[in-house]
Design a protein around this ligand. Structure first.
Ligand code: AMP
Length: 429
């Protein structure tokens, strides 16, 4: 038997209501903040990610699904969403109007060739936002607030916002020099990846999982000592906005995030809930003022985030948050004999044209088994069609909760069911 490819999994109908719930809240909150959805291709030219994610990152060096297509083009399945969104932004000149802020969000699958474990797979799902066009600390705070509000709406309580600043280019370069000077004497004892990072992007040594307890990291200089006045002011403004909106956060000097093009604000949201597993990061983001230019556009600032949806589902489960089950059908049709089947199909058609979710049996089951099926699909009403009633253009409807059954004219059926279902949903909401 052929099984799903290693690192992938099916989201089965029994689990889909969790995903629908999550997606609906993401859309609702993003739209509340005036972000519009964008859908970019699942695959892009490999060069986009090499430039847009950064050649020193683990994603580009180790994790991309890259192949040559039949036209000998190097193609990569997207490992993250930002590069594609920014490519589209540049390609479609969304910046053409002066002082235009473009607020976009996306939801979709991403692909990384990673070692699998709980909360980490090779096809996984992310949602994210990108706000392009303004270098305003209020926008950094808005993006953070948006993500926190999604978590709140989901009912997640055990989450913590970690925040740091990498400063502007000048501050970052000064810090980089100081960090290299500090790390050089320890170079031989750092892990293989960090030896390379030291040359290409030394900031990333700070968030190395292998070397996290290394003396070199514990004694490293802190970014905040190298921030110039403007960068400090920018960060203070972000924090002030967060304070004003009552968003709690923890300052984390070692937070640098994996991508190469971050500057100013970087943040991450982690789950604190017990039993969540080793992968506690739900996602994060920050400001990336150089990225649009790196991807071939003008010098336009941007800020955004990406969160893993698979991990959010795990967090919902770990916090025992009950997700509203989506109801299967409202009405199930039970036919008393073969002769009523055609008539039943007509009734189904009428109901569906009137937005009533309904279904019937297609296995010629006995009446009792049809009722069993009605229970299984959680039908609120059953319509019973007998030969005699059919001749008079009538059917019986049975309320599955109180078992009351009555006969009504077919022409009254839609009106009756609509009213009764409304009452049902009101009393169950
Ligand atoms: P990143 O784009 O690496 O900053 O990742 C952002 C978030 O996406 C992470 O915090 C995870 O929640 C999620 N994520 C990244 N890689 C994976 C993966 N392989 N499997 C599941 N979720 C992932």
């Amino acid at each position: 038997m052929i099984q799903s490819a290693k690192g992938t999994y099916d989201i089965l109908p029994s689990d889909i209501s969790k995903w629908h719930y999550l997606e609906a809240i993401i859309r609702e909150v993003c739209e509340l903040y005036n972000y519009q959805e964008i859908r970019t291709p699942i695959f892009e030219s490999t060069g986009l990610f090499e430039r847009g994610v950064g050649e020193s990152t683990d994603i580009v060096t180790k994790e991309m699904y890259t192949f040559l297509d039949k036209g000998n083009r190097s193609i990569t399945l997207r490992p993250e969403g930002t590069a594609g969104v920014v490519r589209s932004y540049v390609e479609h000149k969304m910046y053409a109007e002066a002082n235009q802020l473009t607020k976009l969000y996306y939801i979709g699958p991403m692909f990384r060739y990673e070692r699998m474990q709980k909360g980490r797979s090779r096809q996984f799902y992310q949602f994210g936002v990108e706000a392009l066009g303004a270098n305003n600390p209020m926008l950094d705070a808005e993006v953070i607030a948006l993500s926190v509000n999604i978590f709140k709406r989901l009912g997640l309580k055990e989450v913590k916002v970690l925040i740091n600043t990498l400063g502007d280019t000048e501050s970052r370069l000064n810090y980089r020099k100081a960090l290299i000077n500090h790390l050089k004497p320890f170079q031989d004892s750092l892990c293989t990846d960090c030896k390379k990072r030291l040359e290409i992007n030394p900031l990333r040594v700070l968030d190395c999982k292998v070397d996290k307890n290394h003396q070199a990291i514990k004694t490293a200089p802190e970014m905040k000592a190298y921030l110039n006045a403007e960068s400090q002011q920018f960060f203070d403004n972000v924090l002030k906005c967060l304070d004003d909106s009552g968003i709690e956060y923890v300052l984390d000097n070692n937070l640098v995030r994996g991508l190469d093009y971050y500057n100013h604000t970087v943040y991450e949201i982690i789950s604190n809930v017990e039993g969540f597993g080793a992968q506690t990061a739900l996602g994060g983001g920050g400001r990336y003022n150089g990225l649009v230019q790196v991807i071939g556009g003008p010098d336009i600032p941007g800020v955004g985030f990406a969160f893993g949806m698979d991990r959010l589902i795990l967090a919902l489960e770990a916090e025992n948050i009950t997700i509203p089950e989506s109801d299967n059908v409202d009405v199930y049709l039970v036919t008393m004999s073969d002769k009523t089947n055609q008539f039943a199909m007509k009734i189904l058609d009428i109901l569906r044209k009137n937005q009533i979710k309904c279904d019937k049996d297609y296995f010629d089951r006995k009446v009792k088994a049809q009722f069993k099926q009605a229970d299984k699909v959680k039908a609120k009403y059953v319509i019973i069609i007998g030969e005699e009633e059919m001749k008079q253009n009538k059917v019986s409807i049975k309320n599955m909760k109180n078992e009351v059954q009555e006969t009504i004219e077919v022409k009254e059926l839609v009106k009756e069911l609509t009213e009764r279902l409304e009452v049902y949903y009101e009393s169950n909401s």
